[in-house]
Design a protein around this ligand. Structure first.
Ligand code: PLP
Length: 399
């Protein structure tokens, strides 16, 4: 019988060491719960990093995956497939976008956005400005766009044409713009960077700069999209509309899929031969996406996400009152929730997450400053109470 210990040992023998993994091999999951190879249960407030928005092995999604897999698994984009069309129609009907390109991951969606921004802009324009603290992926172009030096180290020289503006400063951002700039790329709320929101005024200022200088505004909603923040896309709550939008993580509730969406006029700059993906918009991944999106768009679902997010943040604020030495406040939108640590809390942030893991609660430490919670959107108030109670127990050990 396989257990955590021998699965860890077998994995460590064969994988390149890119991940610092917890010593558990997950075997099965349902809703917000996971079970590892030793039979230990976890309450999952990480959802595979904001991916399993409907929880693990959602029956309607799993049925859609199985049904499609029995019919047709892959044909490439030399032909049309019905699930890909259906998913694209649903996304277009529920967003500012008119057209989209499908791929397999977040980084690929951003790559598509960067290529589109370059080819659409006047010749000689190629620079993309992104923000300090941002995260846009791990391919060479998206890691260059990522505004955190720790992700660049060892990979220089990075591709040319990526500029970083300090977070939160519109004047500095304007100074970064020159004749070669084609786009500004940002997350409406920084996820990886520490659940850090951009104010409405800041986002509107960015939109105005784009309009003033003829730049495209690209929103990376790979983490904030698909209902995570309580609307299908976060920008809907922020009164700013981008020209190009990228999404991935929760789009297939666990199957790998990403998409880049834009308006009809901008989309026209991509023609046959300019961009492609062998697997992009795979029928099984798209069938999962259609089933997922149907549920997210059901009446009341997104309102529930907003309510549960408010409830969760108020509970965390309560913990901040009880443990002011460690936790200073709660922030985020919908069910993308951050518990902001004090300086003393930051010093033990990684340890807090490890102790929570040992007790059977999954979450992580983001941006070296914040406890990040991204539970399945189907989480209940009782489950929120349960993890808050467990966190209180761990914080008490440090007080
Ligand atoms: C996760 C993430 C990415 C990268 O997505 P991958 O699927 O890992 O390539 C890019 N941008 C944001 C905001 C993300 O959260």
């Amino acid at each position: 019988m396989e257990n955590n210990k021998n699965l860890k040992s077998r994995g460590d023998d064969v994988f390149i060491g890119t991940y610092l993994r917890y010593p558990a091999a997950m075997i099965e999951g349902s809703g917000c719960r996971l079970v590892d190879a030793d039979g230990k249960q976890y309450l999952d407030f990480l959802s595979g990093i904001a991916v399993c928005a409907l929880g693990h092995s959602h029956p309607q999604v799993s049925r859609a995956i199985c049904a499609q897999a029995e019919k047709l698994v892959h044909v490439s984009n030399l032909y049309y497939t019905q699930p890909q069309i259906e998913l694209a129609e649903m996304l277009v009907a529920n967003s500012f976008g008119d057209k989209l390109f499908m791929c397999n991951s977040g980084a690929e969606a951003n790559e598509a956005a960067i290529k589109l921004a370059r080819i659409h802009s006047a010749s000689g324009r190629y620079k993309v400005i992104s923000l300090g603290g941002s995260f846009h992926g791990r391919t060479l172009a998206t890691v260059a766009a990522t505004g955190q030096p720790k992700f660049h180290q060892g990979f220089e020289p990075l591709p040319d044409g990526f500029v970083h503006a300090p977070f939160g400063d519109l004047d500095e951002l304007e100074k970064c713009i020159d004749d070669a700039t084609c786009a500004i790329l940002c997350e409406p709320l920084q996820g990886e960077g520490g659940v850090r929101p951009l104010s409405v005024a800041y986002l509107q200022g960015i939109r105005e700069l784009c309009d003033k200088y003829g730049l495209l505004l690209i929103f990376d909603e790979i983490q904030t999209g698909m209902g995570r923040t309580g609307t299908l896309f976060a920008h809907e709550q922020l009164s700013v509309t981008p020209d190009i939008l990228t999404m991935a993580k929760a789009l297939g509730n666990g199957l790998p899929i990403g998409a880049m969406m834009t308006t009809e006029a901008i989309a026209a700059s991509f023609v046959p031969g300019t961009h492609a993906s062998t697997f992009g918009g795979n029928p099984v991944a798209c069938a999962a996406g259609v089933a997922t999106l149907r549920i997210i768009l059901e009446d009341g679902f997104l309102a529930g996400v907003r309510e549960k997010g408010d409830y969760f943040r108020s509970k965390l604020e309560g913990l901040a009152v009880r443990f002011p030495g460690l936790l200073s406040s709660a922030r985020g939108m919908g069910l993308l929730v951050g518990g902001v640590l004090t300086e003393k809390g930051i010093a033990v942030g990684g340890e807090i997450v490890t102790r929570m893991f040992e007790r059977g609660y999954l979450m992580n430490f983001a941006g070296n400053s914040v406890l990040r919670f991204v539970p399945p959107l189907i989480v209940t108030e009782q489950e929120i109470d349960e993890i808050v109670e467990a966190l209180a127990g761990v914080l008490a050990e440090y007080s």
